[in-house]
Ligand binder design. Structure first.
Ligand code: ADP
Length: 257
């Protein structure tokens, strides 16, 4: 595997992790967590063994979208991830905190160490795809987190507005600096389909996503509409029940990595 310079840490006891996929965004609120969860669900539906590492330490949302309420338990081998209904193994700081709404006010290096421990001290077992919900943005914290994990490929999540601006360029350039291949771009909130007449409305205008992606030499591997039922399912912890095949092409691209 292609690893960031000098990454030598092994994953937790008896764990073999084939591919680590980081999901990034140029800023918060564009649906990075939703895409991370949906990618995990899509791969799990393909019968892969799947883990989710919630590296968005200050804004963890994986336990919520998967509806996990129990805490992670320790064992003699390390921390045990919590399994979702469909068998996805999840680790998040919110599965360790006594009080889920306690703010995490750690600085970059502490966050980096926590993420590293999620790699070294968690009993992941055999995992084909470990999806990592990265901290948003391109600042110190995401950079530190990147250096704490052997990421094999990156999926960039962007809304149409961002694609026309510089924010995605920053995320793309960060990946290039770290020498990690980018699997492609998932455009989220691309359009809204009227439930009555079926018409697709591009609420944020035309993103020219293909042209913009091509500028960076990237493929668009998925497009997700604004979908109120999807938001509802995530809020209710039922992301595993979503219907729709928005991320099949993205899953193909990840399999081909
Ligand atoms: P991020 O991880 O980038 O901060 P989230 O994945 O947490 O963003 O999404 C932010 C909010 O927007 C969440 O409440 C989520 O349910 C909602 N959301 C994201 N994408 C969609 C979508 N395609 N349709 C409807 N709601 C969405």
């Amino acid at each position: 595997r292609q690893q960031p310079q000098s990454f030598l840490e092994e994953p937790g006891a008896n764990s073999h992790i084939k591919k680590v996929i980081g999901v990034v965004s140029g800023k918060g609120g564009v649906g990075k967590s939703l895409v991370t969860a949906m990618l995990a669900v899509t791969m799990r539906r393909r019968e892969a063994s799947v883990g989710v590492l919630d590296a968005d330490i200050t804004g963890p949302s994986m336990p919520q979208v998967f509806g996990l309420h129990e805490k992670a338990q320790g064992s003699e081998f390390g921390i045990l991830p919590v399994e979702t209904k469909s068998g996805i193994r999840v680790m998040s700081v919110n599965l360790l905190l006594e009080q889920e709404d306690a703010p995490v006010v750690w600085r970059g290096p502490v966050i980096g160490n926590t993420v590293k421990q999620f790699w070294t001290d968690v009993v992941w077992q055999d995992v084909d795809y470990l999806f990592v919900d990265m901290p948003p943005g391109t600042g110190d914290v995401p950079l530190t987190v990147f250096q704490s994990l052997p990421v094999d490929g990156i999926v960039v999540v962007a809304s149409p507005q961002e694609l026309v601006g510089m924010i995605v360029a920053k995320a793309v350039n960060m990946a290039k600096i770290m020498n990690i291949p980018i699997v492609g771009i998932v455009e989220n909130m691309s359009y809204f389909q009227c439930p009555d007449c079926g018409k697709k409305v591009k609420i944020f205008g035309d993103s020219h996503v293909e042209e913009n992606a091509a500028k960076y030499g990237l493929n668009v591997i998925g497009r997700i509409p604004i979908d109120p039922s999807l938001a509802r399912q995530c809020d209710a912890g039922e992301v595993e029940l979503f219907e729709g095949d928005y991320l099949e092409a993205a899953a193909d691209a990840i399999e081909a990595l």
